[in-house]
Ligand binder design. Sequence first.
Ligand SMILES: Cc1cc2nc3c(=O)[nH]c(=O)nc-3n(C[C@H](O)[C@H](O)[C@H](O)COP(=O)(O)O)c2cc1C
Length: 155
Amino acid sequence: MAKKLLIVGHVPSANTQVLRGAVVRGATGPDIAGVEVTALTPFDADPEHVLACNGIILGTTENLGYMSGALKDFFDRIYYPCLEHTQGLPYALYIRAGHDGTGTRRGVESIVTGLRWRAIQDPVICRGTWQGDAFPRQCEELGALMAAGLEAGVF
Ligand SMILES: Cc1cc2nc3c(=O)[nH]c(=O)nc-3n(C[C@H](O)[C@H](O)[C@H](O)COP(=O)(O)O)c2cc1C
């Protein structure tokens, strides 16, 4: 049966659209078969989506030293419905930050520690001036890694 990868990415700007698109591109590349990818904004993602997935990639901007309100709202809505049912879920995180990103990383990691989700790698932090080659490439690699790992059953 196909593995399900859920991408929950906040996309308030053209650049963040590019980043989420790159994650999707990586996860749906020609080498990947048997992984069903769903990409949603945090506003559109519900507990049912999380309960049904085998892996999740979270994407957010940093706003005022923390994750976007959109991603925080997502966590607020899914936390208790998922708490007892998604322990061990493999997750990855990418952050678009104008100049920092550490507060966002800390905030997300504290919540996913509570959920007992499992990081598949360190967060990708796309920090500072927009880098039109490097940032999308890192996000594409993140999507590809998650999808390949799910496909191979290693996560
Ligand atoms: C209200 C607001 C607060 C922000 N706060 C931070 C912040 O605390 N740290 C940071 O690194 N970037 C901050 N930024 C920058 C955003 O992370 C950045 O604008 C967003 O990721 C979109 O990036 P883009 O312009 O490349 O699309 C803030 C932006 C806004 C609009």
